[in-house]
Ligand binder design. Structure first.
Ligand SMILES: NC(=O)c1ccc[n+]([C@@H]2O[C@H](COP(=O)([O-])OP(=O)(O)OC[C@H]3O[C@@H](n4cnc5c(N)ncnc54)[C@H](O)[C@@H]3O)[C@@H](O)[C@H]2O)c1
Length: 359
């Protein structure tokens, strides 16, 4: 198995670490035009063959059926990277957000179909976490009765990518490079997790909003034109079952209170968890004799993989024909369409409906 990394920045290292944990040996190649990024990557992974140009790297040897190119550059370069991968005859696993806009995402899907290759997106990073799997089992068991409401709220007071988090990567703040703010940064994980747990075949966005809270730490020496707090009222639909109302909120900057809440309410019970923190318990609440009963759900034994490993692990499993939580081709694009539709709805005030493939 050969892994080709386009980009040698922060996230590329996590993919290199994941490659070392795959069940079969993986050879690493990496390309980045920035000599400092390349040198520092090679300090950590001296075994990686390094190139200053991705096209050169991919042209250096003939493609094999199971080669994986991981596109780990800022979003404005994702389509270029995916196109290079497909042109070289290799599968592409692209970092999130998949693209800058829906047209780019559809172009990726079209190229994948044309070449008979796979397009994966790293938005699946939190799929397969033990506590999310435990929540899924509770939902699927029927113990909650008819599910009617979900609260999915995750907001930090100060954790903006490009400011408090990873301040060296200022591109996060510039819409023309990042595609957007928190909706593009964390929205892909949220939608991927929610769809995994609730399995809708379509999602209505009834209302959405975006905001850019101001602080004394806001940079003034670079372009900073992205939002850091978003929310929406959603309806998850699937034939034959009641539509589920979802209160969705995500922020990396708020003057309000930090909150990390996942809660699914049904007519017979509720399950509550902290969606991205597996150290927190998954709590099932039901009724016995007219009183609330709480029970902690056992999430099971932790496996060898961290969330940073999972995008590559899921994609690898998909390529090998093993059970996999990867979102590939149309499915990856549908999820991306949801993110862009959040912006559309917030800007226009008009409702949007997104079909979700294969849920
Ligand atoms: N940093 C994180 O915690 C994190 C987590 C999850 C996902 N991501 C995603 O990963 C992607 C990259 O983010 P990052 O944090 O690693 O950014 P980064 O700024 O650390 O690294 C990006 C790298 O891409 C390189 N690059 C630029 N143009 C290139 C080209 N033409 N060919 C090859 N390399 C090129 C840059 O030189 C830089 O080294 C983004 O889509 C981001 O949303 C980042």
């Amino acid at each position: 198995m050969r892994i080709y990394l386009i980009g040698a920045g922060v996230i590329a290292r996590t993919h290199a670490a994941a490659a070392a944990k795959l069940p079969e040996p993986a050879e690493l190649r990496v390309a980045d035009p920035n000599p400092a990024a390349l040198a520092s990557f090679r300090e950590a992974y001296p075994e990686a063959a390094a190139y200053d140009d991705a096209a050169k790297m991919l042209a250096s040897e003939a493609a094999r059926d199971d080669d994986i190119v991981i596109v780990a550059t800022p979003p404005f370069l994702h389509l270029d990277g995916v196109r290079l991968a497909f042109d070289s005859g290799r599968h592409a696993l692209c970092e999130k957000p998949l693209a800058m806009n829906v047209e780019e995402a559809e172009e990726m899907e079209r190229l994948a179909a044309e070449r008979g290759l796979l397009l994966g997106c790293c938005a699946v990073r939190y799929k397969g976490m033990l506590h999310n799997e435990a929540v899924k089992r509770v939902v699927q068991s029927g113990v909650l009765g008819e599910i009617y409401h979900v609260t999915f709220v995750n907001k930090w007071e100060r954790s903006r990518a490009g400011i408090e988090y990873q301040p060296q990567s200022r591109w996060f703040l510039y819409r023309a490079r990042s595609g957007g703010g928190i909706a593009m940064d964390w929205g892909p994980y949220d939608i991927s997790t929610l769809v995994d747990v609730l399995s809708p075949s379509s999602i209505d966005i009834a209302a959405a909003w975006t905001a850019k809270p101001e602080t004394a730490a806001d940079p003034t020496d670079v372009v900073y034109d992205v939002e850091h707090h978003i929310g929406a009222f959603l309806s998850f639909r699937r034939e034959g079952v009641r539509a589920v109302a979802v209160h969705y909120e995500r922020g990396t900057c708020t003057h309000g209170q930090e909150a990390f809440i996942g809660e699914i309410e049904g007519t017979k019970g509720a399950v509550r968890w902290t969606p991205y923190d597996s150290r927190q318990p998954v709590v099932l609440r039901t009724d016995r004799d007219g009183k609330v009963v709480e029970e902690v759900v056992d999430p099971g034994e932790r496996g060898p993989f961290t969330v940073m490993d999972l995008p590559l692990v899921h994609f690898f499993n998909h390529i090998r024909g093993l059970p996999s939580l990867a979102n590939v081709n149309g499915r990856a694009v549908d999820h991306y369409r949801f993110i862009r539709s959040l912006y559309d709805c917030a800007e226009t005030g008009e409702r949007r409906t997104i079909d979700i493939e294969g849920a």
